[in-house]
Design a protein around this ligand. Structure first.
Ligand code: HH2
Length: 270
């Protein structure tokens, strides 16, 4: 494990008034500054979303979602960062691609919208990538008593099947990322088991994205109720993810995570 390269950092730029973790938007006038700041802090990718997927969240109509994220995508396009759009809607992903996004980050693994596979193919054709995330149920209902016989096997098999569906639709495996979907239809024990066995996802043969930053299980383990104060726990998970071979870490606290990773990698590689 010691020779693993440092993972890329995906900084979260929320354009959702109801996101669980930072509860808000950066004012339009401050977007370009925030984007430049995040890149300077170490973000290789900027993940822009306009529909919260926190447990219990309501869906957002497409025009409203686009209205929320368009200024952030505009501000991020043309910078050195790869622009990622966090959406379940094909139309939003299509508009984002036109505006410069090159990563389609879909928490439904292209199952929510029947048009998504076609748009995903357009991302791959443009040299971009698609992230396929595992979720049990949708955000509205996913935390109501989630059950698995073997969470690691079921998540791995689901993601492998979604990768196969993409390949059958003409998307090369090299354009695909897989993500265990921490907190998406999972209990504390499910999350911990998946994190301990993250390396099992490498068998799929795609790069791994891990999004655990500020999530509820960190609050449960630490007693910290305020999501914005969960950076220390989030960094502990990020370092663990790096050691398990995660290729991309989706985080809120970019500067802090980048610093911790730099030290961790130096210690592990000598
Ligand atoms: N988690 C959230 C949103 N998008 N995408 C991927 N690939 N993996 C994740 O784990 C993931 C994701 C959580 O969403 P939300 O409640 O909107 O909050 P925030 O964006 O602040 O993390």
């Amino acid at each position: 494990m010691a020779d693993l390269p440092a993972p890329r950092i995906m900084g979260i730029l929320n354009a959702t008034p109801d996101s669980f973790s930072d509860g808000g938007t950066v004012p339009k006038g401050a977007l370009a500054t925030r984007v430049a700041e995040m890149i300077a802090e170490g973000a290789d990718i900027l993940d822009i979303g306009g529909e919260s997927s926190r447990p219990g969240a309501d869906p957002v109509p497409a025009d409203e979602e686009w209205h929320r994220i368009a200024p952030a995508i505009e501000a991020a396009a043309g910078t050195t960062a790869l622009v990622s759009v966090d959406t379940r809607k094909a139309d939003i992903a299509r508009r984002a691609l036109k505006a410069g996004a090159r990563l389609f980050n879909d928490v439904s693994a292209l199952t929510y919208d029947p048009d998504s596979m076609t748009v995903a193919r357009d991302y791959a054709a443009a040299g971009g990538a698609i992230c396929l995330m595992h979720a049990l149920g949708d955000p509205k209902t996913m935390q109501r008593d989630p059950r698995y016989d073997d969470v690691v096997r079921e998540v791995r098999d689901y993601l492998a099947a979604r990768v196969a569906a993409c390949e059958a639709a003409g998307i090369p495996r090299t354009a695909l990322l897989v993500d265990p979907g921490i907190g998406f239809g999972k209990t504390l024990e499910h999350n911990l088991t998946l994190l301990r066995n993250l390396a099992a996802l490498r068998e799929i043969g795609c790069r791994i994205l891990l999004g655990a930053s500020r999530k509820g299980f960190i609050g449960t383990l630490s007693g910290e109720k305020d999501a914005a104060r969960r950076a220390p726990g989030s960094i502990a998970v990020a370092l663990h993810g790096a050691q398990q071979g995660a290729d991309i870490l989706r985080v809120h606290d970019v500067r802090e995570t980048a610093q911790a990773l730099a030290v961790d990698i130096a210690l592990r590689t000598g």
